[in-house]
Design a protein around this ligand. Structure first.
Ligand SMILES: NC(=O)c1ccc[n+]([C@@H]2O[C@H](COP(=O)([O-])OP(=O)(O)OC[C@H]3O[C@@H](n4cnc5c(N)ncnc54)[C@H](OP(=O)(O)O)[C@@H]3O)[C@@H](O)[C@H]2O)c1
Length: 341
């Protein structure tokens, strides 16, 4: 999650708030000796079972929505990445055709202080997932981030560009990518950015929340990237996977998957507030002021240039919707707007 909004009820008295941030499944009872509990293990005969890690996360929810009953989620407390040595045993009896790792340590600021936990979740546990998928001979789809880059320059980052993370979260995500590449021959590493959905603890919901009580907020306007609707990452990734899985040889690799075009956090905030305003009761928000990252006073360095090139994804036959279109659909879904289609 991200920290990027400075709230000012009174411009001379700034207060900074940090946040980031089956039917097809025939069920059988599975006794897990290690945990001593009866569990229901999904089993999908004649169909392809996709295992999703995580339960309440934005991307787990999005993949569940796109893949539907063909997918099953496994997450905490049963599967806890802070105990990576348990992962192989817990997943042993599943027979997925593919595993999508949506779970991760996503607290960018806190990662600087919780280094061991961030590394265990984003690297050690990911290596265990990679080894599991290699043993089962199935593809691992792993979510990564624009934060593997240092954000220099103004060019769009290609998948083959040199990584140079500038904060600890980014370092763990890069090491997680390497763990996947080194331990699992069939893999897709999906680099995405600035994710939001209707429900998550994300930028969109934070803006809507603070609009209830603040008349002025400051939002950074020199970090450039693509705000991305979790649903669209899931759909784009799933379409890519379908295209690749039907080829003779599974073409493992890294793919950038974000909504198309770029903006700044400030322009995104202004646009989302304009679109959401008719649905907001008692909004106090009058001004969204642009502010430079260096003025913002964030203790964790963040990349200024998060433009990710979609060329490789487009060449693989997947075209992503524009971020404005995605934002409109997300807000329509959130506020239950029906265009009569
Ligand atoms: N959010 C972004 O802007 C962004 C941008 C680029 C890339 N990504 C990457 O996309 C992936 C998904 O992000 P997201 O936005 O969906 O994150 P999120 O909403 O913060 O959800 C994080 C997920 O990870 C799970 N998790 C955290 N610690 C865990 C642990 N110790 N053991 C097991 N599960 C654990 C959570 O489990 P519970 O369900 O139990 O809470 C949750 O399902 C991550 O790999 C992230 O690095 C995110």
């Amino acid at each position: 999650m991200r920290e990027f909004v400075k709230l000012t009820a009174n411009p001379t008295n700034n207060t900074q708030h940090n946040f980031e941030n089956d039917d097809c499944l025939r069920k059988k009872t599975w006794l897990t000796p290690a945990l001593g509990s009866n569990r229901v293990l999904p089993h999908c005969e004649g169909n392809q079972l996709v295992l999703l890690t995580g339960k309440k996360g934005q991307m787990t929810r999005a993949f569940k929505g796109v893949i539907g009953e063909q997918s099953v989620q496994v997450g905490r407390p049963e599967l806890d990445f802070s105990r990576p040595h348990e992962i192989q045993e817990i997943l042993a009896d599943y027979s997925p055709s593919c595993l999508i790792n949506c779970a991760g340590y996503t607290q960018v600021n806190r990662a600087q202080d919780e280094k061991d936990l961030a590394e265990t979740v984003n690297v050690t546990a990911v290596k265990e997932l990679a080894l599991y998928c290699e043993k089962k001979n199935i593809p691992l789809i792993h979510l990564s981030t624009d934060y593997v880059f240092d954000g220099s320059g103004n060019d769009y980052w290609k998948e083959s560009d040199v990584c140079n993370p500038i904060n600890f979260y980014g370092q763990t995500k890069l090491h997680g990518e390497i763990a996947v590449q080194e331990n699992c021959s069939k893999h897709l590493i999906i680099r995405t950015s600035w994710i939001y959905d209707e429900e998550g603890q994300n930028f969109l919901n934070r803006i809507l929340e603070v609009a209830k009580s603040r008349d002025v907020i400051k939002v950074v306007n020199d970090q450039k990237g693509a705000p991305t609707y979790a649903h669209d990452v899931a759909q784009g990734t799933w379409d890519l996977y379908q295209n690749l899985i039907n080829q003779e040889t599974f073409a493992s690799g890294i793919y950038n998957v974000t909504n198309s075009d770029i903006t700044t956090w400030h322009e995104f905030a202004v646009t989302l507030f304009e679109l959401a305003h008719p649905h907001l009761e008692n909004s106090q928000l009058r001004t969204i002021e642009p502010v430079l990252t260096e003025e913002f006073g964030d203790s964790t360095p963040r990349p200024l240039n998060s433009r990710l090139s979609m060329q490789k994804l487009n060449d693989a036959g997947v075209v992503m919707p524009h971020w404005r279109d995605a934002l409109t659909r997300c807000l329509d879904n959130k506020f239950g707007v029906n265009h009569g289609i």
